[in-house]
Design a protein around this ligand. Structure first.
Ligand code: GDP
Length: 359
């Protein structure tokens, strides 16, 4: 299976850079020359500066309207570069990585997603976005709401990762982001690495594509891990990857359409009966009633690891909070604006035309 990772904006290109480190075909797009220079693993010829005529290579200052404009202006150049990388071999999935709360990624990703869908109708276009931290304030929340709206109309799936769920308390923000970025790449890369691995109960590209072709709805990743000698109940460990403590987004599992689960561990722990018990129960709980499964017994493993992908999610507190906050802000902003205009009118009412006073 061929995946092409395209990072957009600072957050997105940092994530794509880690994908490049673990040997995925990656590309970086940004309006900030400085941020592109900062990348370590994506080769310089795979770094594209967009919107230079608009920003002089200095970034869009978290303004998604400018981010959108920058991508639109340089779309022919971006698509040409992508086409030269794609060549004659089909890409199964384009993964677009970005931060929902900024400008270049938030504004540019929906524009690029739409163009890719048009140019490569047989490929999936899947966005992987980090949701802003609560403490970042209102602006990233509004940027995220705008982007959720636009992306949901063009992408096949939006894999949302809530930074609030993954942030570890004791780290400063840049360390915390770096840790989150590695976690995102590890999970997605481990799933992709398992696709088409020969074996009995394994996952193939069509399983992954089925799960991710979910009409622009949300998807997320779940994870659970334990030392093999401490696993009392494998069913319980699997179930944990579907619950709030395992999922990278606050989401109602019952609202999901499809799932995909990869389970790794020493063969004596991966008992088929336990796996089927957990997955049958979980399949019954989700709406689309389908969970694709792969078991990967490995005698060298000391841990049991469960990586889950849930798609077609329609109920997510992480997303709802953003939309509700943005709507509330828009309402109070419009009200304040109308009041200010009214006040201005009242204040200036009756003021004479001073042109007569200064003949
Ligand atoms: P852009 O360059 O204009 O697209 O803006 P950024 O990529 O800096 O996006 C800003 C948003 O992404 C912020 O609201 C943060 O929540 C988030 N963010 C920024 N950097 C990172 C990162 O390295 N990792 C993660 N997970 N989130 C990030």
């Amino acid at each position: 299976m061929r995946a092409l990772i395209i990072g957009i904006g600072q957050c997105g290109t940092k994530i794509a850079d880690i994908f490049s480190l673990v040997d995925f075909e990656s590309l970086a797009i940004n309006t900030s020359r400085g941020d592109l220079d900062y990348l370590k693993h994506i080769p310089p010829e795979r770094r594209i500066l967009i919107g230079e005529s608009l920003t002089g290579g200095k970034g869009v200052n978290a303004n998604p309207v400018l981010g959108r404009e920058a991508m639109k202006r340089d779309l022919p150049m971006v698509m040409k570069k992508i086409s030269s990388i794609v060549g004659y071999e089909d890409v199964d999935i384009f993964f677009l990585t970005f931060g929902f709360g900024g400008g270049t990624g938030a504004g540019g990703t929906p524009v690029l997603a739409e163009a890719l869908k048009e140019e490569y109708p047989d490929s999936l276009v899947v966005a992987i976005g980090a949701l802003p931290l609560k403490e970042e304030g209102i602006r990233p929340t509004i940027n995220a709401a705008i982007t959720i709206d636009k992306l949901s109309k063009v992408a096949d799936s939006i894999i949302a990762i809530d930074n609030n769920k993954l942030k570890e308390g004791d780290l400063d923000i840049s360390q915390a982001y770096e840790r989150i970025n590695y976690t995102i790449v590890e999970r997605i890369a481990s799933l992709l690495a398992l696709i088409d691995v020969p074996g009995e109960q394994t996952l193939d590209a069509s399983d992954l594509k089925f799960v991710l072709k979910a009409f622009g709805s949300f998807a997320t990743v779940g994870y659970a891990k334990a030392r093999a000698d401490q696993v009392k109940s494998l069913s319980r460990l699997i179930t944990r990857s579907f619950e709030s403590e395992g999922l990278y987004l606050e989401a109602n599992v019952e609202s999901a359409l499809y799932g995909l689960v990869a389970i790794h561990g020493p063969p004596e722990v991966l008992k088929a009966r336990d796996i089927f018990e957990a997955l049958d129960e979980l399949t019954g709980r989700i709406k689309g009633k389908q969970i694709f499964r792969g078991f990967y017994p490995d005698p060298r493993e000391r841990d049991v690891e469960v990586v889950t992908l849930l798609s077609g999610i329609y109920e997510s507190k992480s997303i709802e909070d953003i939309i509700i906050t943005a709507k509330r802000y828009a309402k109070s902003f419009m009200k304040a604006k109308a009041e200010a205009e009214e006040k201005k009118k009242t204040l200036l009412n009756g003021l004479p035309d001073f042109d007569d006073i200064y003949p």
